[in-house]
Design a protein around this ligand. Structure first.
Ligand code: PHE
Length: 335
């Protein structure tokens, strides 16, 4: 059998076949292999090399042919193209608009919030989006099975991790981290910000996912009066005007006394009535103790509240669900 003539025939066949790969299993090719044992030891190496070269050549050709076939049958979709995938070529826009995305308004505002606290002397750290029972409840003076746990109900993984329901999960870490500074005569002044998660019935003012900013301050003589001054300062800086404020009693296991902090909605923002902005209070002695800080020597205050609420009042946004919705019409208003 003439190897050269069979080679041409096989390459030709592959080019014409619907499934070029079949040529590798063809009788013709097998017959070429059957010749091998009939050759003398002197003839065999040369023939063998030629045969291997032919097989390689065939395989490479098949790969090219298969790629070509794929291109014929599959229309490649460019998911980044600014038209629907099946828009015919002649209906695609001739000129493309430069419509870039933009920063999410929440991130812009969060940065503003943190900047104000920075200027007041607070360091800032981001909170975690996955935490554990220890930081979510235990270190915050929630005894096991305490009913107050219910208001911070979310999920739990099999390993016992929880998506945190408030940024207070960072309190223990902030306290522990600042202990040395405190003992050296300094103070702890840190805000923590980040995403939190709740089991909520959703409506215009309740969302399952939102952002909070939390403050922790500890010194040898911190007072509730200082806390209220810090909060007033913050809100007046954020809304760039004088505000009327008030507090009312509230319960959180990790503060004593616990308060809610309210501001009167400024008339300049079309507001009327009072708006509860955050929860706050003097850090509970048990929380300090747990973090290794002596409550007889040091006092602290903490506060925490939602970012969306702040931003909604500032810009007259009437539905909290816009923030996580990805609605472009909403987002474009903040470009
Ligand atoms: N973590 C509380 C909440 O989200 C708010 C809070 C923070 C209250 C710090 C007191 C002190 O409901």
């Amino acid at each position: 059998m003439n190897l050269e003539s069979v080679r041409k025939e096989l390459l030709d066949r592959a080019k014409k076949a619907d499934n070029p790969r079949e040529v590798l299993r063809s009788k013709k090719l097998k017959e070429l292999y059957k010749v091998l044992p009939t050759l003398t030891a002197a003839e065999r190496p040369e023939y063998g090399q030629k045969l291997n070269a032919l097989k390689k050549e065939l395989e490479e050709l098949i790969k090219v042919l298969e790629a070509e076939k794929l291109n014929e049958t599959v229309t490649l979709i460019d998911i980044t193209a600014p038209w629907a995938p099946n828009t015919p070529v002649n209906e695609r826009p001739a000129l493309l608009t430069m419509d870039h995305g933009s920063r999410h308004p929440l991130m812009t505002e969060l940065e503003r919030v943190v900047r104000i606290y920075n200027l007041m002397g607070f360091a800032a750290i981001e909170s975690r989006q996955l935490d554990d029972d220890f930081h979510m409840f235990e270190t915050l003076n929630f005894p096991p099975n305490h009913p107050a746990r219910d208001s911070y109900d979310s999920f739990k993984t099999q390993e016992g991790f929880v998506p945190p329901a408030h940024t207070s999960t960072m309190q223990y870490r902030i306290l522990q981290n600042g202990k040395k500074e405190l003992e050296a005569g300094g103070q702890i002044a840190v805000v923590s910000y980040g995403r939190v998660f709740r089991n909520e019935d959703l409506d215009a003012v309740h969302e399952h996912t939102f952002y909070q900013c939390e403050g922790v301050f500890v010194s040898s003589d911190a007072t509730l009066g200082q806390m209220i001054a810090v909060l007033r300062e913050f809100f007046e800086a954020y809304y760039e005007q004088k505000l009327r404020i008030k507090t009312q009693p509230a319960y959180f296991p990790f503060v004593e006394p616990g308060l809610e902090f309210l501001i009167e909605k400024p008339a300049s923002l079309g507001g009327k009535g009072w708006l509860e902005m955050l929860g706050c209070g003097m850090i509970h002695p048990n929380v300090l103790k747990m973090a290794g800080i002596d409550p007889n020597k040091y006092r602290g205050f903490a506060w925490g509240g939602g970012i969306e609420r702040l931003v909604m009042l500032k810009y007259g946004i009437n539905d909290i669900r816009y923030f996580e919705s990805g609605k472009l019409r909403f987002l474009k208003e903040f470009k």
